[in-house]
Design a protein around this ligand. Structure first.
Ligand code: ZN
Ligand code: ZN
Ligand code: FE
Length: 759
């Protein structure tokens, strides 16, 4: 069948090296099929640094091949570089996929996990041996990051290693024309992993029976623990308030909103007005949770969002989810990580069976090991682009190309929403979202995961970067490592992370509005206008310092910030202000707090934008106590329904005073102006202050590039107000997209600073 192509006078041969995300995404089969269709001979194989091919045949066909590998690659592939050179023909008769070679220490990318594809779904619902098979996958879809034990991505290096392919699966795996050709996690009901379900002392092993029972339990309002892709999940009917309550009690999660998995995109549209772009992300192979701003009609249980208008929604991504929905009456389920709040997602069977004993709807396990945890990722559309707020499943471990060398640097990140980052040559590899490093469980996960990334990526740190804050567990880890240490100021890292994402080399104006970050003067920063490059920064402007009585406690009790701002503005007369806020606090607490401020008892100075949002939410009576991180600013966003361009007064340049605004807000409260109006004016004021700071920085530096980052920019309204204003004033605006603007992006900024200081 195959002619001796090389006898042809026109015959040419090429050595081709493809780099990027080319393993575990169906790339070799794609190359194989492409070569065959063009009548080329040769071979293709995986190497740790990419995919290597030798092609020979007609010159025209070789050219077509080199063009088409870039334009027709499988959906989840991402070719960053194709290097090829002509070489001698070797008289091949056929095209072959040959075994992987484990050679040098250079590593190519591991693919993120890919949601089940449409071809597999179609097959799962048709009559064949994989009918209703919950582990169905193919060359184009299935688990990746969460099953990879080592490089290169071959079955022996995954947790599927324990399952021997049966005689039906083997030929599919070997057949280049099969859509499971070299699909490493290939399996079927005869040879693959199995689910087991435990309910009230009964053990179910028949899948059809158990999925039906789970469906019945959820329909009855029970909570079920289920092994998912990157860990255990807890699930219940999202329209059943009692079920949601059980889930909240178990998780010790009083009010923080839950993300909701919907049956289909159509059912999402029944309650949310989503944009085309939002729909695109929801149905993409990454399947993140997408935060939708406004619900049209809230048919969900009231305790899901606890009064917020926004909701996190996502679509099924495992075959199991589809099979489960087939059994459900409801179109929406809560699907949340199986853990107590703030503790890493559980991923081991033994622990899960213990931990979920008290869950009313039973526990579903399976015998495919999870190589590493991954939570669901969270994305929000801001300024017309999807912005990552939590980076994990479907995104990790996609590297960020830096354009400078960062080899051997470990950046340990901040404390909240921790994520660390390792430097491999010119790439930064961010870990999956780890969580808040405030308890031993999360800290252990952090340490284990650093060891795990080091092993997987053959990474040996020579240098370590951390936050300036001496008390962060991540900073302590860095200190104890005994490696050369670089401390990076928190807001400098926020800005340099964005510079790294956009490969910006020259100095920028950085606006970092944030919760809290340790400043070089020992005070708490978070309203900074910086002129920054990778090496250093100059602090141009910030909000006036206001004491934060109670320190860390103030982040949980916004009323403390509220009272402190009132005292700062009105002095001792603040006690006599006729506003409901003070009545609620009561004179005793008010006096105590003022005394603490007067005597500087546990009252660090703070200028953070986050605390200003807290203060306003408290003074308006919208949020006195915070049940979860950033509840106060989120509750404020709820009131952004009024349209106005008005704003309040502020004064100062290098130090911005908000006293004028506080006075006017108190007056507006006394005049019983609608909260919607006050809240909108407040947000407009924040945008105006940012503009003022940017103008000041440009005047001093003649710089035109503006970077916006820090947790406050998760606020869609503020960001979408500032961005067009900046553009109108001829600034180039950069806002993070691939990396969170919250503290989940800090590690990348630290890495970039360390790498450039080393130069
Ligand atoms: Zn598939
Ligand atoms: Zn099989
Ligand atoms: Fe921060």
């Amino acid at each position: 069948m195959n002619q001796r192509i090389s006898k042809n006078k026109n015959c040419q041969a090429y050595h081709v090296h493809m780099k990027g995300r080319v393993q575990g995404v169906g790339f070799r089969p794609f190359v194989y099929n492409l070569a065959k269709s063009l009548h080329l001979a040769g071979y293709v194989f995986n190497r740790p640094d990419g995919v290597i091919a030798h092609i020979e045949g007609n010159a025209k066909d070789c050219d077509a091949f080199l063009h088409l590998i870039r334009t027709k690659a499988p959906p989840a592939a991402n070719i960053k570089d194709t290097i090829y050179h002509s070489t001698g023909t070797k008289n091949f008769h056929d095209f072959k996929i040959i075994p992987s070679r484990q050679s040098d220490r250079i590593i190519t990318e591991i693919s993120p996990d890919i949601s089940v594809c449409n071809d597999c779904l179609k097959e799962m619902y048709s009559e064949n041996r994989r009918n209703h098979y919950p582990f169905i996958n193919c060359t184009n879809c299935g688990p990746r990051f969460t099953i990879v034990d080592d490089f290169p991505y071959d079955r022996v290096n995954t947790t599927m290693n324990e399952f021997t392919m049966c005689r039906n699966c083997m030929p599919e795996f070997d057949d280049p024309l099969d859509r499971r050709f070299h699909a490493q996690p290939i399996s079927c009901p005869d040879c693959g992993p199995v689910y087991e379900y435990f309910l009230k002392g009964k053990r179910y092993t028949n899948f059809e029976k158990l999925i039906k029972t789970i469906g019945e339990e959820i329909n009855k309002g029970k909570v079920v623990a289920m092994k998912g892709l990157g860990g255990y999940n807890l699930s219940c009917d999202a329209t059943n308030a009692k079920a949601v309550e059980e889930l909240r009690t178990f998780k010790i999660r009083e009010k923080k909103p839950f993300a909701i998995m919907f049956r289909s995109i159509e059912t999402v549209k029944e309650i949310c007005n989503i944009s085309v772009a939002e729909e695109e992300i929801l149905i993409s192979w990454r399947r993140p949770i997408v935060i939708i701003d406004q619900m049209m009609e809230n048919t969900l249980a009231s305790n899901i969002t606890s009064g917020l208008n926004s909701v996190g929604v996502f679509l099924p991504y495992l075959p199991l989810h589809y099979l489960l929905f087939d059994q459900l009456d409801s179109n929406a389920i809560v699907l949340t990580s199986g853990n107590e709040s703030d503790i890493p997602i559980l991923c081991k069977e033994k622990k899960a069976l213990e931990a979920f004993q008290k869950i009313s709807g039973g526990i579903l396990i399976n015998n495919r090991k999870i190589a590493r945890r991954a939570d669901d990722s969270v994305v929000k559309m801001i300024s017309e682009h999807p912005r990552i707020l939590r980076r994990a499943r479907g995104y990790t471990p996609e590297p960020i190309d830096l354009g400078f060398d960062a080899s051997g640097i470990l950046a340990v990140g901040a404390e909240l929403s921790n994520c660390f980052c390792i430097g491999k040559e010119q790439q930064a590899i961010l870990s999956q979202h780890i969580g808040d490093l405030k308890n031993m469980e999360t800290y252990d996960f952090f340490c284990e995961n650093i060891a795990e990334f080091s092993r997987l990526y053959r990474f040996q740190p020579h240098q370590i970067a951390c936050d300036l804050h001496p008390d962060y567990l991540s900073s302590q880890y860095a200190q104890e490592s005994n490696l050369p240490l670089i401390r990076v100021q928190h807001h400098h890292a926020h800005i340099t992370a964005v510079m790294a994402e956009y490969k910006i080399k020259e100095p920028v104006i950085g606006i970092s509005y944030d919760g809290v970050g340790y400043g070089t003067d020992g005070n708490i920063w978070g309203s900074e206008a910086l002129i920054a490059d990778y090496n250093e920064f100059n602090r141009i402007s910030h909000f006036e310092y206001v004491p934060l009585p109670g320190g860390d406690l103030a982040t949980k009790q916004p009323w403390r910030s509220g009272l402190s701002y009132l005292y700062h503005t009105f002095g001792i007369n603040c006690k006599n202000l006729d506003i409901p806020f003070l009545t609620t606090i009561g004179i005793k607490k008010t006096n105590q707090l003022i005394e603490a401020i007067d005597h500087s008892v546990n009252s660090p100075l703070c200028c953070s934008a986050g605390r200003l949002f807290d203060a306003i939410a408290a003074i308006l009576g919208i949020c006195h106590q915070s049940n979860y991180h950033a509840e106060a600013p989120l509750r404020l966003e709820n009131y952004l329904t009024h349209y106005t361009n008005e704003s309040y007064t502020f004064s100062g340049d290098r130090i911005i005073s908000c006293n004028g605004m506080i006075q006017e807000i108190v007056k507006d409260i006394q005049k019983c102006k609608p909260l919607e109006l006050i809240v909108t004016k407040f947000h407009n004021t924040v945008a105006s202050i940012a503009m003022h700071q940017v103008h000041l920085a440009r005047k001093e530096s003649k710089i035109n590039k503006v970077v916006l980052s820090g947790g406050t920019f998760q606020n869609k309204y503020v960001t979408e107000k500032i961005v067009p204003l900046l553009r109108k004033n001829q600034y180039n605006v950069y806002y993070p997209q691939e990396v969170p603007c919250n503290d989940g992006g800090i590690a990348l900024g630290q890495l970039a600073v360390a790498a450039n200081k080393r130069k």
